[in-house]
Design a protein around this ligand. Structure first.
Ligand SMILES: [Zn+2]
Length: 246
């Protein structure tokens, strides 16, 4: 019997599952982020395209960058993968209460059919108005002349992305979920970005803590079990424990 058997098969009391997803799960769908290439995202540094200061200094460059990312996301090259799909299957089983807290700004969890998703770092397919503060869906390019459909102001729209130095979304709600978690699953996340890296330590002591990541992380020792596999392989392993075998 492996540790995973011991943790999951003998625990029939799992009801609330909190899944934290990160760059690794999107990488398998061909979406790259800063983490995959030493702090560069498609040849741009964090300082160039992912801070409020960068946007203030060069809004055109920042808009172009996110326009490209949005185009890529909406292109036929990108689709959800096996890992997203298994998460959806687990949610659809109705055996558990599932919430997915994602650090990813793509919509691949939703595309695979997962319903309860929190985008703590914002969404590529949304824009936020800096004047009226309203966030709205977007699937086309933004520029410095774009007009807000809510307040009609011109040039006030920005990508609805939580940039470095900004406060992640829905932290109170996230904390409530973490506090009542029976199983915490961290998938494809390097454990280097705060506050997400602290979530595992926010769960109750009796909560089962599992990590799926292609390699060991800085916080692997805070988990009961660490599966060093790709997101898809790791979820296929876990699926056998969480869903009844057909
Ligand atoms: Zn507005």
């Amino acid at each position: 019997m492996t540790i995973l058997d011991d943790l999951l098969q003998n625990n029939k009391s799992i009801k609330n599952i909190v899944i934290l997803s990160g760059a690794g799960i999107s990488a398998e769908s061909g979406i790259r982020t800063f983490r995959d290439s030493n702090g560069l995202w498609e040849d741009h540094s964090i300082e160039e395209v992912a801070t409020p200061e960068a946007f203030q200094k060069n809004p055109k460059l920042v808009h172009n960058f996110y326009n490209q990312r949005r185009k890529q996301l909406l292109s036929s090259e990108v689709d959800f993968n096996k890992a997203h799909q298994i998460i959806t299957e687990i949610e659809d089983s109705n055996l558990y209460n599932i919430v997915v807290i994602t650090q990813n700004v793509d919509d691949l969890h939703e595309r695979s059919g997962t319903k309860n998703v929190i985008h703590m770092h914002g969404e590529l397919l949304k824009t936020k108005c800096t004047s009226c503060n309203i966030s709205s869906p977007i699937d086309s390019d933004l520029d410095t002349q774009s007009i807000c459909s809510h307040c009609d102001e011109k040039g006030t729209l920005r990508p609805d992305i939580v940039w470095f130095g900004e406060m992640p979304y829905q932290l109170n709600e996230i904390e409530t979920y973490l506090n009542s978690a029976d199983l915490f699953l961290s998938i494809g996340t390097s454990g280097q970005v705060y506050p997400a890296a602290m979530f595992v330590s926010t769960t109750p002591s009796e909560c089962i803590k599992l990590e799926i990541n292609i390699e060991k992380t800085n916080i692997s020792n805070q988990f009961d079990y660490s599966i060093q596999e790709s997101s898809s392989k790791g979820m296929e392993i876990l699926k056998n424990y969480l869903l009844p075998q057909k």
